[in-house]
Design a protein around this ligand. Structure first.
Ligand SMILES: NC(=O)c1ccc[n+]([C@@H]2O[C@H](COP(=O)([O-])OP(=O)(O)OC[C@H]3O[C@@H](n4cnc5c(N)ncnc54)[C@H](OP(=O)(O)O)[C@@H]3O)[C@@H](O)[C@H]2O)c1
Length: 255
């Protein structure tokens, strides 16, 4: 039986790497993002390299009705989604007092609302088939507030909380759920956020390997990279809140 994976934000970065790796594993793909050319180029190279069937669906998931339309389009095309990777997302950098409120609302819409709606709409069919996988991309920024990336950090805290709760709810259904928390990873993310503060970055290939291991172990969440995991899981519990906030602001401000 062929498994079909739907990947949001598949045109570049983490999503594109997952597309290549899941196709190598024999999965069929549905690639979703706004950039048609990039999606078609990626689809063509995957078709050349593997036997996967690749469907491209150009969608702006920032539109409020986009998730519902996407699920309906999959049903119309007879695409049964067994693996959902909610990866599309972006970050904004800067002080809230100086931010464009519409941009922040768009960030919440994409990072939280679309992700929640796609999880909710695809989950019942996975449960009734007794199998499926949902991977929601959070961040190591989900573990503490992020001054100067306040809305981004809050959206990722939401993704982590929502996904871990969903993991518990689906434990006995045959559906695997994972919150994936990348640390700084070598993609266009920082160009779009407008600030490259990361002193070192992991590769998208390392991130996919981490994800596969965490899924195999049935974990509710995983932080990519040992030092990222240590800071995210331990540092944020041991240190006083003022120190955490100071450290987090310094991290996202430093060049
Ligand atoms: N890179 C990091 O250091 C890092 C760290 C932690 C978490 N993350 C998370 O990882 C995920 C992937 O980011 P990335 O690092 O791979 O960055 P990226 O290269 O900028 O990829 C973002 C993807 O999201 C898509 N996207 C953006 N807005 C969209 C919209 N309105 N509708 C549909 N698709 C949209 C983009 O495609 P189009 O522009 O073609 O639509 C692109 O494919 C994000 O959720 C990000 O928050 C990244």
């Amino acid at each position: 039986m062929t498994t079909t994976a739907l990947i949001t934000g598949a045109s570049t970065g983490i999503g594109a790497e997952f597309a290549r790796r899941l196709a190598e594993d024999g999965l069929d793909l549905v690639l979703v993002a706004r950039s048609e050319n990039k999606l078609e180029e990626l689809a063509a190279s995957i078709r050349r390299a593997t036997r996967s069937t690749v469907t491209v669906l150009v969608r702006d998931l920032g539109r409020p009705d986009a998730a519902e339309e996407l699920v309906a389009e999959c049903a119309t095309r007879g695409l049964e989604i067994d693996f959902l990777l909610n990866n599309a997302g972006f970050g904004t950098h800067g002080l809230v007092a100086e931010a464009d409120p519409a941009k922040l609302a768009a960030e919440i819409q994409l990072n939280c609302v679309a992700l929640t709606e796609l999880s909710t709409r695809f989950l019942p069919a996975m449960i009734s088939r007794g199998r499926g996988t949902i991977v929601n991309v959070a961040s190591n920024g989900a573990f503490q507030p992020l001054p100067q990336m306040a809305v981004y950090g809050a959206t990722k805290a939401y993704v982590l909380s929502f996904t871990e709760a969903l993991w518990q709810e689906t434990r006995r259904t045959g559906v695997r759920v994972l919150a994936l928390c990348p640390g700084p990873t070598d993609t266009a993310f920082f160009d779009i956020a407008g600030e490259d503060f990361a002193s070192s970055k992991r590769t998208t290939a390392q991130l996919v390997t981490t994800t596969k291991r965490a899924l195999a172990k049935g974990r509710p969440s995983v932080v990519d990279g040992a030092s990222n995991a240590l800071v995210a899981r331990l540092g944020t519990r041991l240190l006083p809140k003022r120190v955490i906030l100071w450290g987090a602001e310094k991290t996202v401000s430093a060049r």
